[in-house]
Design a protein around this ligand. Structure first.
Ligand code: B12
Ligand code: SF4
Length: 474
């Protein structure tokens, strides 16, 4: 099937990977594959994996290294020497690194060409157009354009509209050995490359995988919808076969992370998953995957079946806020009631499983603070919801105005975004929006307002006082 979709291009003069003049640069903060800042910084890029797999299957070899494997910009510069093509998957959060890398590449390889694609090219084209170093900028999906673009870049205009597959069934399995390796002995020890390291969601080695692309909702802080046209989901059996193969070739797999933005959608697919995963997988590996509170409420029996029968042990839900006012501001299309319904249901299921000696599922609970328009009382309600949740791994972030999202675009236009091309990169307590009372939020997380938060609580299930360490990059 693969060759029909991506007709073989003639093998280029680059020969094998080691002599290749084409470089794919994996992007991320310096040092994150040496001595990482946190577990999620080590995860691999499926866009890079997919497109390099397609290129290599078509005889277009690329060398690759990661800025995450380097500890200085001098090292990046040294490793970039002698290439005539640089390819990058640019997301907004890696844009500063891509920008700097492009400048260095052109400085040392002035005749070289730079091909950039990825989320940021789609949502912030103007920003990338203003940087002359980006020779070709591809918006949207790249799987059906990458071969021609890399073989013959001069035949394309500067801005290219990408071409995607109709369904993820058409994607080849990623050759994971094309991903960057951990670059220190210490990190390599528990990394399980080309699987990925564990991050407290399940046992190592971790296999990350995608079953669906693009979420149909339109939360105003998220730019998912502005990005890739909807496409068919990866068939259940294909996904199980891939996991089985990974287990044999690179395993053992300890747990799986399903990186879909929205896993708990499309009941027909989920029913098939409930039926086949426990029967066909070499092991029923526990996994992390994302849902929404309203779909849990819409299909509670299905939710329960997925949890119990397929070991959906870490349930990521974008609760975002415990206040209807804020949920409306962000067009979450979920209510406080939906959130509490999902929390109560998982608690009930977890209590029952624990009583039977099984491991109870836990929420990976995504929470945002500092949304424009949020009042102190709204924020108290959100922390109240967090404290009410019995089994929770809280992931709290200060709202970040990403380009391409409705709210992000508006705040950027109003001059209220503090994210710049030198610093999209947000550390947990970075101040991202003008006019937000960040000192208040810091005190809230440090427990200073616990009396107010606890006041409205029927059941305090978390006696944790300080949520500072739950603050994640955003
Ligand atoms: C998995 C994932 C993660 C993982 C792993 C990230 C990683 N290392 O890859 C984790 C959990 C770590 C993560 C974290 C975050 N993420 Co994230 N993540 C995703 C997710 C769900 C899937 C990414 C993916 O693999 N997609 C599938 C691949 C195949 O697509 P792709 O990489 O875009 O590549 C395609 C095209 O872009 C194009 N392409 C790419 N490169 C090139 C190059 C050329 C030359 C061409 C022609 C084409 C091309 O072709 C590819 C195939 O179609 C996306 C949502 C999404 N649907 O993409 C969000 C997403 C990328 N994440 C996002 C955000 C905001 C974050 C966080 C900041 C969230 C947070 N609040 O913490 C953090 C930041 C992490 C950090 N390091 O700082 C945003 C990015 C917004 C933006 N404008 O860039 C997205 C789009 C979600 C969203 N809708 O808001 N994320
Ligand atoms: S925040 Fe989640 S539910 Fe909302 S549009 Fe983005 S991926 Fe979908």
């Amino acid at each position: 099937m693969f060759n029909l979709l991506w007709p073989k291009a003639k093998k280029q003069d680059s020969g094998d990977g080691s002599q290749s003049k084409r470089l794919w640069l994996d992007l991320g903060d310096l040092g994150d594959l040496v001595n990482p800042n946190g577990p999620h910084e080590q995860w691999q890029d499926h866009g890079l994996g997919l497109l390099r797999t397609i290129l290599h299957k078509n005889g277009l070899m690329t060398d690759m290294f990661s800025t995450r494997q380097c500890t200085s910009w001098e090292e990046v510069e040294r490793r970039m020497k002698g290439y005539d093509m640089l390819i990058m998957n640019v997301r907004s959060y890696t844009y500063p690194v891509a920008y700097r890398s492009a400048k260095i590449f052109k400085k040392i390889n002035p005749k070289g060409i730079i091909l950039a694609g990825g989320m940021h090219a789609t949502v912030a084209l103007d920003e990338m157009l203003s940087v002359p170093e980006f020779d070709k900028i591809c918006q949207g999906p790249g799987e059906n354009v990458i071969v021609n673009l890399v073989s013959n870049p001069d035949s394309f205009p500067r801005v290219i509209l990408g071409v995607g597959s109709k369904s993820m069934a058409e994607w080849p399995e990623i050759d994971r050995t094309l991903w960057p390796k951990p670059a220190s002995k210490k990190l390599a020890k528990n990394f399980n490359w080309p699987l990925e390291p564990e991050c407290s969601w399940g046992p190592p080695g971790v296999a990350t995988i995608l079953t669906s692309r693009v979420c149909p909702w339109q939360c105003v802080f998220c730019n998912e919808n502005s990005y890739i046209p909807n496409m068919g989901r990866r068939p259940v059996e294909m996904m199980i076969e891939e996991l089985n193969r990974l287990h044999v070739d690179h395993g053992p797999i300890g747990s799986v992370v399903i990186h879909d933005s929205m896993f708990f959608q499309n009941p027909t697919w989920l029913e098939e998953w409930v039926d086949k995963y426990p029967r066909m997988a070499k092991q029923v590996w526990p996994y992390w995957a994302a849902g929404r509170a309203d779909t849990v409420r819409q299909w509670p029996e299905l939710f329960e079946a997925v949890i119990r029968k397929t070991r959906w042990d870490t349930v990521s839900i974008g609760f975002e806020s415990g206040s209807d006012r804020v949920l409306r501001i962000i067009n979450k299309e979920c209510t406080e009631e939906d959130n509490y319904f999902a929390i109560d249901l998982l608690t009930k299921i977890g209590d029952d499983m624990e009583a039977k000696g099984q491991k109870a599922p836990v929420f990976w609970s995504n929470i945002m603070l500092g949304i424009p328009g949020e009042t102190r009382e709204d924020a108290f309600k959100t922390m109240r919801m967090v404290k009410y949740t019995k089994r929770i791994l809280p992931s709290i972030s200060f709202y970040a105005p990403y380009p391409g999202s409705a709210l992000g675009n508006q705040l950027i236009a109003e001059g209220k975004s503090r994210m710049t091309k030198e610093n999209y990169h947000r550390f947990p307590d970075d101040e991202k929006v003008v006019g937000i009372d960040y000192p208040f939020y810091r005190e809230l997380l440090a427990g200073k307002y616990d009396a107010e938060v606890n006041k409205g609580l029927v059941t305090v299930r978390q006696d944790r006082k300080n949520y500072w360490s739950a603050l994640a990059k955003a």
